[in-house]
Write a protein that binds this ligand. Structure first.
Ligand SMILES: NC(=O)c1ccc[n+]([C@@H]2O[C@H](COP(=O)([O-])OP(=O)(O)OC[C@H]3O[C@@H](n4cnc5c(N)ncnc54)[C@H](OP(=O)(O)O)[C@@H]3O)[C@@H](O)[C@H]2O)c1
Length: 277
């Protein structure tokens, strides 16, 4: 795969989809990768893996950052505002979800989800777009989900955060398309990753067979390079996303409530983040 991205910043690069973005970009010849997450040791292991994979051709820099912390986000943005750094691609990927009845879920965790999935994603785009626009080139991949296409009862806050990402990404595309900054929203369906662990589930949500991360990411990178604005992975997910246009919102919500209803009691353990160490 040949891609026009010489340098890229990937948030949430320590696991799942973000890690796969790093691997595919390195394979495609991106020469400078900035890998951001909280778990430094995971990032360091990924740097070694990429080094071996590319026989030392890719330069990696790891950024330990908790994106829930606005001060840490500002530091990252300052770093990418330096004139010597020319960022071709921002992959706004870090995010998590939770499953259960809205009022039973821990409020702090819901609030953190909005902060990470929406505020941090928008903050990074806001900080990084000016440099890209000044150079007249740059791409932002905003990772949403097929959750963006309909309300998601029993994953209600998560679904709402992804609808935000979808809307923001398309609006940014229209605002900046004449300045050389391209924005694309990436909507994976269920994908193999640690998502369920972060959501406090013992097992994956058993609705659709999860896709492996590699085809999900390769398709998104090709779509970004081809200047597409929306990419939904997989035929079944694409069909479902398309069909939601013809079904009344209330009916959609009831169908999803029926599907996710069995998970209503799952809730989530406190301090899930600590379990992930
Ligand atoms: N897997 C799916 O089925 C699926 C489907 C549709 C969309 N998505 C979306 O895909 C994106 C990636 O999720 P995934 O499935 O790959 O999940 P994952 O395996 O749990 O990876 C999440 C990544 O986000 C990082 N992260 C979490 N909190 C963070 C914080 N406060 N600051 C910085 N980084 C943080 C994690 O790193 P640390 O813990 O090391 O910080 C990790 O690298 C998310 O936006 C998710 O909503 C996933």
């Amino acid at each position: 795969m040949s891609l026009p991205f010489k340098s890229a910043l990937i948030t949430g690069a320590s696991a799942g989809i973000g890690k796969q973005y790093a691997i595919e970009l390195a394979k495609a010849g991106t020469s400078e990768l900035f890998l951001l997450a909280r778990r430094t040791e995971r990032l360091a292991a990924l740097c070694d893996e990429l080094d071996k994979l590319t026989e030392g051709k890719v330069k990696t820099q790891l950024i330990t950052c908790d994106l829930l912390d606005a001060a840490q986000r500002k530091e990252v943005i300052q770093r990418f505002r330096a004139p010597e750094i020319h960022l071709d691609l921002l992959v706004n990927n870090a995010g998590f979800g939770s499953v259960g009845r809205f009022d039973k879920l821990d409020w702090q965790r819901q609030s953190d989800m909005v902060n990470l999935n929406c505020t941090a994603l928008a903050h990074l785009a806001h900080g990084i777009i000016p440099g890209m626009a000044a150079r007249g080139r740059g791409t932002i991949i905003n990772v949403a989900s097929t959750a963006a296409f309909q309300p998601l009862p029993f994953m209600s806050t998560y679904g709402a955060t992804k609808a935000f990402v979808f809307s923001l990404s398309l609006a940014l595309w229209a605002e900046y398309r004449r300045s050389g900054v391209h924005s694309i929203v990436h909507c994976p369906g269920p994908t193999e990753s640690e998502f369920h662990i972060a959501a406090g589930l013992n097992d994956k949500i058993d609705l659709l067979t999860p896709m492996p991360t590699a085809p999900v990411v390769i398709e998104a990178l090709q779509a970004a390079a081809g200047k597409r604005t929306v990419i939904v992975n997989g035929t079944q997910n694409r069909a479902m996303a398309f069909l939601t246009r013809f079904v009344p919102y209330s009916l959609l919500a009831r169908i999803v409530a029926y599907k996710l209803g069995p998970y209503r009691g799952v809730g989530e353990p406190q301090a899930v983040a600590k379990q992930r160490q």
